[in-house]
Write a protein that binds this ligand. Structure first.
Ligand SMILES: Nc1ncnc2c1ncn2[C@@H]1O[C@H](COP(=O)(O)OP(=O)(O)OP(=O)(O)O)[C@@H](O)[C@H]1O
Ligand SMILES: [Mg+2]
Length: 133
């Protein structure tokens, strides 16, 4: 298993993480649709880190096996935390005057998403898998 860590401190870091996950997915053999899903998911989650926590990091783990391509993504910050996770997962819920589409949209794009949050630690984790051909 290999892990790549991206520190997220500004908009450039979001763009870099987005392009690196796409490159990693492409190199592993993921199809273009899944590459795009991954890039979009990373972009939403790391932008939330910037907007709501100020900074954080994103780990990309290649957990592929003999017959399955699999990337596990962990996005973490030490910000104030998400008050109510169920509410944050609803389409249209935002405290940032935005669309409130990031978390519910990401949840629909990826295979399994888990959120853990309390003041000082927010962790969003998901995997994306695809059968090897
Ligand atoms: N890392 C985080 N730390 C603290 N709160 C967060 C974090 N990520 C999301 N939230 C909270 O969850 C809400 C919903 O997030 P979501 O990404 O779905 O929407 P948004 O960021 O408000 O708008 P959009 O993503 O559509 O621009 C946010 O408005 C914010 O209150
Ligand atoms: Mg968002």
């Amino acid at each position: 298993m290999t892990t790549q860590r991206f520190n997220i401190k500004n908009e450039k870091d979001v763009v870099l993480a987005r392009s690196e996950v796409r490159a990693m997915a492409r190199d592993l053999g993921f199809g273009v649709a899944n590459q795009t899903r991954l890039a979009t998911a990373i972009s939403e989650l790391t932008r939330n880190v910037l907007n709501y926590a100020g900074s954080g990091h994103c780990d990309l783990n290649d957990e592929s096996t003999a017959d399955l391509l699999s990337i596990r993504v962990v996005v973490e910050d030490n910000g104030p935390g998400i008050d109510n996770i169920d509410q944050a997962m609803q389409d249209g819920f935002t405290t940032g005057g935005s669309l409130g589409a990031g978390l519910p949209g990401t949840n629909r794009l990826v295979d399994e998403m888990k959120i853990e949050s309390r003041p000082g630690l927010t962790k969003v984790e998901f995997t994306m898998s695809q059968a090897k051909v």
